[in-house]
Design a protein. Structure first.
Length: 126
């Protein structure tokens, strides 16, 4: 299955999402703030790292928020093809990602675990 990076400052969310993804056979890596996410994407500092095939990321986080990470990932040649599924507690933020080509989907918190799994499957279907 796929290698997925889960980024959220709420450890319970990371644990839940990781559990669901592993149950579906995915390999899961985690980060707890935007700075860690940029490092695991090899963007800050610049590094040659094994990229995830999907990033599932919260919007509101310390160090760098999800907007910043998504923008930076979308601008970088090595990561612009990596889709991002944004998790947000703020439904009105969905429009902010409409023009961000690497943001494949937005899911509001609290989310239905089955809906998350469906969205992940849709992202990977050709």
């Amino acid at each position: 299955m796929a290698r997925i990076l889960v980024v959220d400052d709420e450890r319970d969310v990371v644990t839940l999402v990781g559990f669901l993804l592993k149950k579906d056979g995915h390999e899961v890596d985690t980060a707890y703030h935007g700075g860690e996410a940029l490092a695991k994407l090899g963007l800050e500092p610049a590094a040659d790292v094994k990229l995830p095939e999907l990033v599932i990321m919260d919007v509101m986080m310390p160090v760098f928020d999800g907007y910043t990470v998504a923008r930076r990932a979308g601008e970088a040649e090595r990561t612009k093809h990596v889709p991002i599924l944004m998790l947000t507690a703020k439904g009105q933020t969905r429009e902010l990602f409409e023009h961000q080509p690497n943001v494949a989907a937005v899911l509001e918190k609290p989310f239905d675990p089955q809906r998350l799994r469906e969205m992940v499957n849709c992202i990977f279907k050709p």
